[in-house]
Write a protein that binds this ligand. Structure first.
Ligand SMILES: *Cc1c(COP(=O)(O)O)cnc(C)c1O
Length: 392
């Protein structure tokens, strides 16, 4: 049986590590030396779990989807991360990291965001604690994601449009790291997924692991056994999937099926299927699979779903896919849209476009009637309505 947790050097097999400028060594080292201790403290756990309960709305429901189950011939449950405050799993991570930042005496929070969802979650928690919040965002994304920019501003965050490079997420990330380098003592960098230098991928997976802790309890109650046969999730950077898988990593009876965004198709040049198409390299401070050209230049990925439109992937997912622990499905824009309309028609739930990619796996995998299948429904579809309306 493999070990899919991070090792003491911050690696998952060949993937992970901490590739950072020297000026940040001390900062990252302090975080690395303290995050496990801080997360174990009972006062942290109490504060975190009471906020998750009273503020974010956890535990999220595990819902038996009767009509969807009938259609695909398996017992399908939806883990309703879409019911969280701010509409997705991201608030859990933002709450956890800002609480850690406060305990480390940090007063200034920075974040980067692509679609704006992580920026909104971070700005929300900063408003809750009255903390200063700066969000770096590519200028192109600022223009594309107007509503989220307005939300962040209303929440009191400063949104900084980044004009370097292609003016998208990777450029925003570069500027956030640059800011962190200039302000290492008072600033905490809140990363939105299981990416970045060690210990971020492990820290984010642990914060999100509340998802699988809840699934265990809820399945025990509903099925009399605490694990499913299949767990399905979409992977952008990989945090909702890592959280849903966490307590099952070493239980090989649970098969992990992950969806990455194929965009217009993996054989076109408009795709974000990083695990299938990527090659090893360094991005955002860690070694992982990356969409890059022959010269090692990062290629701009494409997906209809802004949250999956990322040129790298969390090192834990690169590793699990390589080891055969997870099975990876590339789901196209078209397939995700069909899955979104199907869930809406059958269950009255409008999913986020990201989550629709996980739903898209249902058509690609054969199940047995008695199989228990849990789909992590990472977010709700409100933010995607203009895309859905265009499709109609
Ligand atoms: C951001 C986002 C994702 C992708 O991020 P992960 O870190 O891979 O989970 C997926 N679903 C929703 C709804 C999101 O907002």
């Amino acid at each position: 049986m493999g070990n899919y947790n991070v090792n003491e050097n911050g690696y998952y097999g060949n993937f992970g590590g901490a590739y950072i400028p020297e000026i940040l060594y001390g900062n990252v080292e302090r975080l690395r030396n303290s995050y496990l201790e801080l997360m174990k403290e009972s006062s942290f756990r109490e504060e975190f779990s009471s906020l998750l309960h009273d503020y974010a709305g956890r535990p999220t429901a595990l819902y038996f989807a009767r009509r969807l189950s009938g259609k695909y011939g398996a017992k399908i449950y939806l883990k309703r991360e879409d019911l969280n405050h701010t509409g997705a799993h991201k608030i859990t991570n933002a709450l956890g990291q800002v609480l850690l930042a406060r305990r480390m005496g940090k007063t200034r929070i920075i974040a980067e965001t692509g679609a704006g969802q992580h920026g909104v979650a971070t700005a929300t928690v900063c408003a809750l604690f009255g903390m200063k919040c700066l969000v770096y965002m590519g200028k192109l994304d600022v223009e594309r994601q107007h509503l989220n920019v307005q939300k962040m501003k209303m929440l009191g965050a400063e949104v900084i449009p980044v004009t370097g490079g292609n003016m998208t997420l990777k450029d925003a990330t570069n500027d956030a790291i640059r800011d962190w380098c200039c302000n290492p003592s008072d600033t905490f960098y809140v990363i939105g997924s299981t990416i970045g230098p060690h210990p971020y991928p492990d820290m984010v997976a642990r914060l999100q692991s509340v998802i699988s802790a809840e699934i265990k309890r809820q399945l025990e109650e509903k099925e009399g056994r605490d694990y499913p046969d299949y767990l399905l999730a979409c992977v952008g950077g990989g945090s909702n999937a890592a959280g849903a898988f966490y307590h099952y990593l070493d239980n090989e009876k649970v098969q992990f099926l992950v969806a990455e965004a194929a965009g217009k198709g993996v054989d076109t040049d408009m795709s974000a299927a990083t695990i299938q198409l990527g090659r090893e390299g360094i991005i955002h401070g860690c070694r992982t699979l990356i969409m890059q050209n022959e010269d090692g230049q990062i290629e701009e990925p494409y997906s209809i779903s802004a949250g999956l439109d990322y040129p790298g992937v969390g090192p834990i997912h690169a590793f699990m896919a390589r080891e055969g622990r997870s099975q990876v499905f590339a789901v196209t824009d078209e397939e995700a849209l069909e899955a979104a309309f199907e869930l809406t028609a059958l269950e009255g739930i409008i999913p986020a476009l990201e989550s629709s990619h996980a739903l898209g796996i249902l058509r690609k995998q054969q199940f047995k009637k008695e199989d228990i299948v849990v789909i992590n429904l990472s977010g709700r579809g409100d933010k995607d309505m203009s895309t859905y309306v265009q499709y109609i």
